[in-house]
Design a protein around this ligand. Structure first.
Ligand code: F0G
Length: 457
């Protein structure tokens, strides 16, 4: 597959990733009408001299225009599917930091580890990169309403971007399956928020069924324009690395659109001569929601068997990921791998990312847990401690404060719900790095005692 993957096309179009048939760019399509597979946005190869492009991308950071300040539209030569710059929707988003993480590196057993933290976006997750492009396309198409099924971050982002662009937002979230913070975002941004009595996979299937008739535009990652926006993360990262590509990029996988978009981005950047090497895309799934990992580890990466997803990392609690073929293409092309981590490892890794002063949501912490496991075990794939690794943190720590508080209070159970109703608790996870809050009397002595204990005197 790797060598057959042609990144460019002589005109702008939607192209099926399987049969290669092309459709007009303005068609409202999420899948190939001929064979039912996913679509890519394709276009002619940019012709400008690469050094000029690099200089312009840097220079735009000094501009005051939102589209120049946006981490998506700063690289607009890599997303050439619009005719008029005035159509572009920019919050602005992106330009997220690349952070050194020495404690996390030591925990994983590698010499150096950097986190690209996409939680520094306007709504706190990587989805904002995608929504800039997706909502732009909705406007170009003249859509009045946009919709998504979501585990919480897509919905928060779409709700905000729709509000900014004057569109109606319709959000489907699994009842009880979304963190309070994410749910509250979509309410505050004014989206019609439907709590579906079912899981994410059911909501996603239902939306695809009803959307065409209702004339609403789907902004899940099945929408190829959204993935074009998420591609920019790779351009931004490489620029931050002075165009010296890391050996490995580790990314959490849920619906598998994000990892797929990184594959497309790197494929294009490679063809433009902007990659010094192919970074191995390493996708991490939570063990209870790992259909792609199951497919790879069973030796049948061409067949995906859906699972009933279970994980406290609710962002990636997905059993039938829509974009898995794009993710597989990315892994194949980059000689990467897919792995999985268990709940205990995710919980501890999240606390270690926090101890680096960085913080992230549980789904993002799968990356650190995976690196540690692949260094220590190296059973399915071995990570060398000297590798130059960048892990992608997809969401802000405050997205799931409930989980964090429970961990540090040694109250994190494998089953819990943010609803007030009582549910049967699962196994309690160990809080190996707990930093619980301490209640003290309102006296100088009590405070002094507690503080000197921490100072070790
Ligand atoms: N990390 C976070 C924080 C997420 O919210 C998601 C997906 C992922 C990783 C996985 O990305 O789906 O492209 O493989 N969240 C979606 C949502 C499903 O609805 O917010 P993916």
């Amino acid at each position: 597959m790797a060598e057959q993957w042609q990144p460019w096309h002589d005109e702008r179009a939607l192209r099926c990733i399987s049969c290669g048939r092309c459709f007009p760019l303005r068609a409202i399509l999420y899948r190939c009408p001929a064979c039912g597979d996913l679509l890519d946005v394709v276009y002619p190869r940019p012709t400008e001299a690469i050094e000029r492009l690099k200089a312009r991308w840097r220079w735009r950071r000094l501009s005051d225009r939102p589209i120049d300040r946006s981490g998506v539209w700063r690289f607009r030569e890599l997303l050439p599917f619009y005719d008029d710059e005035r159509q572009l929707v920019a919050y602005p988003e992106g330009n997220t930091p690349l952070l050194e993480a020495p404690r996390s590196a030591a925990y994983a057993g590698v010499h150096r580890l950097r986190f690209k933290h996409l939680g520094f976006n306007p709504t706190g997750s990587f989805k904002d990169y995608g929504m800039a492009a997706g909502v732009t396309q909705a406007r170009i198409l003249g859509m009045r309403a946009v919709a998504c099924a979501s585990t919480g971050n897509t919905s928060a982002s779409m709700a905000a971007y729709a509000a900014r662009a004057g569109l109606t937002a319709i959000v489907l979230v699994p009842e009880n399956g979304v963190s309070f913070a994410k749910l509250s975002q979509s309410l505050d941004y004014g989206a019609l928020t439907l709590q579906v009595r079912g899981d994410f996979d059911a909501a996603q299937t239902l939306l695809q069924k009803i959307a065409p008739e209702l004339g609403i535009y789907i902004l899940n990652s099945v929408n190829p324009f959204r993935l074009e926006g998420q591609k920019s993360v790779m351009a931004e990262l490489l620029e931050q690395c002075h165009w010296r590509a890391p050996d490995r990029i580790v990314v959490p996988g849920g619906n598998l659109g994000n990892s797929g978009s990184y594959g497309k981005a790197l494929r294009e950047l490679d063809d433009l001569g902007l990659l010094s090497k192919r970074p191995r895309i390493t996708i991490v799934q939570a063990r209870g929601a790992a259909p792609l990992y199951n497919a790879f580890s069973s030796g049948h990466p061409e067949t995906l068997v859906r699972v009933h997803a279970r994980t406290l990392a609710t962002a990636i609690k997905i059993g039938a990921p829509v974009s898995w073929k794009k993710a597989r293409r990315a892994v194949d092309w980059s000689d990467g791998w897919v792995t999985s981590v268990d709940e205990q490892d995710i919980a501890d890794a999240k606390a270690v990312v926090g101890a680096d002063g960085i913080g992230c949501e549980p789904a993002s912490a799968t990356t650190l847990a995976a690196i540690r496991r692949l260094v220590a075990e190296g059973t399915d794939e071995r990570v060398d401690p000297d590798e130059d690794i960048v892990a992608i943190l997809t969401g802000n720590m405050l997205k799931d404060a409930d989980y964090t508080l429970r961990y540090h209070s040694a109250e994190l159970y494998e089953e819990f719900t943010t609803e007030t109703k009582v549910v049967a608790k699962g196994t309690r996870l160990e809080s190996h790095f707990a930093n619980p809050p301490i209640v003290v009397d309102a006296t100088a002595e009590a405070l002094t005692r507690a503080i000197t204990e921490r100072l070790g005197r």
